[in-house]
Design a protein. Structure first.
Length: 152
């Protein structure tokens, strides 16, 4: 009888335990393991961006000095007005440069055309031909530069 017990113990050590689970039981077991392993961290992040300080900071500034929030808002308003005036000047400058970029070669071309006509009237055909080519080159260059700027 002792030999039978030994055989059973030996065979029991060598056998593996087979557990049969349904799919729902397996999913529930996996979910429980994930729940146990999950550590939940909650972090509050506040972000504020703008020309004036965060409202909470403004309250704290008011505790320091009653006039400080008004001065900060006034400073932000004057800074904004300054930026707008600079942008306005920049836009006017760009418009002026665009006009001059077109008007300068066009004016030069018409000036050269005027002299080409006067050369023709005086009987100087070679000078007139050179002047006409120069005028057309100036107009062509102006057109090319305008198209080049549009492509940017």
């Amino acid at each position: 009888m002792q030999e039978d017990d030994k055989q059973i113990e030996e065979s029991g050590e060598q056998e593996e335990a087979n557990v049969v689970l349904t799919q729902d039981e397996l999913v529930e077991l996996i979910h429980e393991v994930e729940t146990i392993q999950t550590i939940q961290t909650i972090q509050l992040i506040e972000q504020f961006s703008g020309p004036i300080a965060h409202p909470e900071h403004m309250r704290q500034y008011k505790d320091i000095d009653e006039s400080l929030p008004n001065r900060l808002v006034g400073m932000a308003e004057s800074n904004l007005a300054h930026k707008q005036s600079i942008e306005k000047i920049a836009v006017i400058g760009q418009l002026l440069m665009a006009f001059l970029g077109w008007a300068t070669p066009t004016g030069i071309a018409f000036y050269v055309l005027y002299h080409a006509v006067s050369f023709i009237q005086r009987g100087k055909s070679v000078e007139a031909l050179v002047a006409l080519v120069a005028a057309l080159a100036a107009l062509g260059g102006a057109f090319y530069m305008k198209q080049k700027d549009k492509d940017k």
